[in-house]
Design a protein. Structure first.
Length: 291
């Protein structure tokens, strides 16, 4: 891609060694700028006739782009939903490391995927592991007979398969830590102190589990403003949990308005989206969707 134009090297088709090899052989070197906006827009069109899961892989320095691609990635996520995962390989120079944050932001919007640097996958073993994590998955046992985290929800229906023992869970097996925020606020209301006190005790009882607090907003206002607001909400709850559990290794992260659990078309829906949730060792603890 260069000069604002994109090129589809090969239309989506069923996999075969020959077509895959021909597609690789037909690749040409890219030059010029990085039209991430155009690239994502055209990817949206190119994938429209496909079925099944989708892995979008972006190779870029993430630096001096024509746009940050946020709006286009949100459109891609809206169209393909849970089918979509977005991965990135950062190929920049030392002075362009800010591009890593932008590329990771695109994966965050998708809600699936992650970013790596080219150096981190330069060896054959690391490259093989990266490719395997994107395109392959192992066969699974009959999940209806399994309950890995012993929360009473079988693994087929468990959307949060790493819940701490004994915590209250939703019908989808997710730890319910119900903390909502007023519009444009990040202070914790007293009505939620009890929930957080119970959560802090469970976290204290399980020091072997890594906990991340994740902050979220509704979609009123800009992405950047809500990003900072979501980080403040996550930090407020993190501070409360640290004080209650004595754990100093709790981390926090904000997601702006990229991961709603309810519609943003109504006040009630927006109120549900102004929340925090917990993630345990990389497994999200998503509250029960109110819809």
């Amino acid at each position: 891609m260069s000069g604002g134009f994109t090129q589809l090297n090969q239309a989506p088709t069923s996999y075969s060694k020959s077509t895959f090899g021909n597609g690789i052989d037909a690749l040409t070197c890219a030059s010029g700028g990085s039209p991430i906006q155009s690239g994502i827009e055209e990817t949206n069109k190119d994938l429209s006739a496909t079925a099944g899961n989708i892995a979008v892989l972006i190779l870029s320095d993430g630096h001096h782009l024509d746009s940050d691609g946020v709006k286009e990635m949100q459109s891609l996520k809206q169209k393909y939903g849970d089918r979509l995962c977005v991965y990135s390989v950062w190929v920049g120079n030392a002075e362009e490391r800010s591009g890593i944050t932008l590329l990771n932001q695109l994966s965050n919007i998708a809600g699936c995927g992650y970013g790596v640097t080219a150096d981190s996958i330069s060896g054959p073993e690391h490259m093989a592991s990266f490719v395997k994590s994107i395109f392959l998955k192992s066969g699974a046992a009959d999940c209806s007979t399994l309950d890995g985290d012993k929360d009473g929800v079988n693994d087929c229906n468990d959307k949060c398969p790493n819940t701490l023992p004994g915590v209250p869970v939703s019908i989808t097996g997710c730890w319910i830590v119900d903390v909502k925020f007023d519009f444009d606020k990040y202070n914790i209301k007293p009505e939620y102190f009890g929930n957080l006190d119970n959560a802090a005790q469970k976290i204290k009882d399980h020091p072997e589990k890594q906990i991340e607090v994740q902050g979220h907003t509704d979609n009123v206002g800009s992405f950047n403003y809500n990003q900072k607001l979501s980080e403040r909400r996550a930090n407020a709850v993190k501070k409360y949990l640290i004080e209650g559990s004595g754990r100093t290794d709790i981390t926090s992260r904000g997601f702006s308005f990229t991961r709603p659990i309810d519609t943003n078309e109504t006040e009630a829906g927006r109120a549900n989206n102004r929340r925090v949730q917990l993630e345990i060792e990389g497994k999200p603890q998503q509250p029960l969707n109110p819809q």
